[in-house]
Ligand binder design. Structure first.
Ligand code: ZN
Length: 226
């Protein structure tokens, strides 16, 4: 383990593990608190309150696999969310509906994010092979192209943050304004969504740490060559 691994990667890794543990524990805790409404109903409520055309809400296999598919214009809710009447289910479902509202209203950061998806996907796929080949061949040029492509993937994660935070903000606004939930239920939903948001921050921190480490390696190699 070299110095840059201990200073950069290890803290980001620990942060990621903590964030994942937090989201699991918050979800589990508030899965036990009843919300008096299922995830499916909550998702529909958020769309209705925002006056946007309702998209289909359908169940999907797995745990925490919930997502909004913009191509199919469908909200997918996992089995523990779709037909479950817990605070966790309502929080997660309302968040996914928040994404549907973003698309319906043409929320700007989501447009930026979609515009950079192609480049960032290529970047995520071929940056590491290029970096490896750059190291093996001792090619600084290939290594630099690898870094630039990796940066595109990091940029995507950066633009994902406002999108995720905003979806949760829309979810919480609807949950509060519905006057359907108690203060305790509202606080619970907020905790679940805050923990989920933290995992996106942690993922970004991890990528930034990796990017910094690559830049350190690059400048170290350049210096040795002079
Ligand atoms: Zn989301």
């Amino acid at each position: 383990m070299d110095y840059s691994y201990i200073v950069l990667i290890l803290p980001a890794l620990i942060f990621s593990l903590i964030a994942q543990a937090m989201v699991k524990s918050a979800f589990r805790k508030y899965s036990e608190m009843s919300a008096g409404m299922t995830g499916e109903q909550a998702a529909k409520m958020v769309m209705q309150m925002n006056d946007v055309p309702a998209v289909p809400v359908v169940p999907i296999a797995g745990t925490l696999t919930d997502n909004y598919d913009p191509k199919a214009q469908t909200i997918h809710l996992s089995q523990g969310v779709f037909a479950t009447g817990s605070v966790s289910a309502v929080g997660v479902a309302a968040h996914e509906a928040g994404h549907a509202v973003q698309y319906a209203k043409g929320y700007f950061p989501i447009q930026v994010r979609n515009a950079i998806i192609p480049v960032s996907q290529i970047g995520a796929k071929i940056s590491w092979p290029l970096l490896m080949i750059g190291i093996v061949l001792g090619s600084q040029h290939l290594f630099l192209i690898g870094i630039l492509l990796f940066s595109a993937a990091v940029l995507f994660q950066l633009v994902t943050l406002p999108v995720e935070f905003n979806a949760s903000r829309r979810a919480m606004a609807a949950i509060r304004e519905s006057s359907y939930f108690t203060d305790e239920q509202i606080r619970g939903a907020k905790k679940v969504l805050t923990a989920a948001a933290l995992t996106y921050v942690a993922a970004l921190a991890m990528s930034v740490a990796q990017l910094l480490r690559l830049l350190l390696m690059f400048s170290g190699n350049s210096r040795r060559r002079r």
